[in-house]
Design a binder for this molecule. Structure first.
Ligand code: NCD
Length: 311
């Protein structure tokens, strides 16, 4: 058995995935897409297993796609939000996890506004844990679905020029994509105003290959993929931005910027979008924009990961 196919219990970030393992998951996701294209979109793979979705932070696409993924594999699925649970009575995360274990959960999917919460859960839970986004730290399934979408359109990741534009400082999507994209050999440029990037040395210390740019027009010239990120006002301290208008003028993906890119340049966004802030509505509906496909691919990627973790 190679390391790539060795049994993995948790998916907390992509930092401990080898390129081979990532490619295997993407290959499995392709097979899952075939399942999802059938009239009956369900296979019995996880019949009798219980997956608990713990969402301590807002989510639409990630939560629904984890639910659909688990159901397509015939698992029992329970979705849990902090509101309405004993968390409101002050129950700790660890006690909640022990309770879920006592109730027979086999796998936990967790989203939390605190970085590191999934790692804490993984230490106290006997089954598998998948990180569905923790603070500004990591969002591995988003990165996997982004990689799948890029690979489907452009054939391979190696050698591609990928530019991530926007609120990088607060973005777990950017961090997990950096692991995935660099492991698979893409050239990544981060482009943001200095206040939404933080010290350049922080990025280059962890990902030495990464390039930094403060000028979007320079950064995106010749790009194969442009990934716009949401301005995360909920994680932002006051004073990081002069004004939304200035930010948009300098960093938004506008129709003018789109027109200067090649017709093959993929435009991506993890959603939810602030249209008119980081991306223009005309860009969202442009032919080379693959935002809906990213959402669709999320189900197949999550099926692939649940399947892999279930062993
Ligand atoms: C992202 C998230 O929650 O990290 N959304 C998502 O999962 N598709 C990005 C964001 O919130 O901006």
């Amino acid at each position: 058995m190679t390391i790539a196919t060795a049994r993995r219990r948790h998916a907390l970030d992509l930092d401990d995935f080898t390129p081979e393992e990532i490619e295997e998951i993407l290959d499995t996701a392709e097979s899952m897409k075939e399942v999802l294209s059938r009239e009956i979109k369900q296979v019995p793979t996880l019949r009798g297993r219980t997956v608990v979705n713990m969402f301590y932070e807002e989510s639409t696409r990630t939560r629904i796609s984890f639910e659909l993924a688990a159901r397509a594999l015939s698992a029992n699925v329970v979705s849990f939000t902090a509101r309405g649970s004993s968390v409101e009575k002050g129950e700790s995360l660890i006690d909640t996890v022990r309770t879920l274990q006592a109730l027979g959960a086999d796998m936990v999917v967790i989203r939390h506004n605190q970085s590191g919460a999934p790692h804490l859960v993984a230490r106290h839970f006997a089954g598998g844990v998948i990180n569905a986004g923790d603070g500004r730290h990591a969002h591995p399934t988003q990165a996997l679905l982004d990689l799948l979408t890029i690979r489907e359109h452009l054939g391979q990741i190696r050698g591609l020029k990928v530019v991530i534009v926007g609120d990088i400082l607060h973005s777990r999507v950017a961090r997990s994509n950096l692991w995935g994209l660099t492991r698979l050999g893409a050239e990544v440029t981060l482009c943001a105003p200095p206040t939404l990037l933080g010290p350049a040395a922080y990025w280059t210390a962890t990902w030495p290959q990464v390039k930094i740019s403060y000028k979007v027009d320079e950064a995106i010239a010749g790009a194969d993929v442009v990934m716009a990120l949401r301005l995360q006002k909920e994680r932002m301290q006051a004073g990081l931005l002069p004004s939304l208008r200035e930010y948009s003028r300098a960093y938004a993906i506008t129709p003018e910027r789109l027109a200067r890119l090649g017709e093959k340049t993929l435009i991506m966004h993890p959603g939810p979008m602030n249209e008119g802030v980081e991306i223009w509505p005309e860009v969202v509906t442009a032919p080379n924009t693959v935002i809906d496909e990213q959402v669709t691919n999320g189900v197949a990627v999550r099926m692939a990961l649940l399947y892999r973790l279930a062993g």
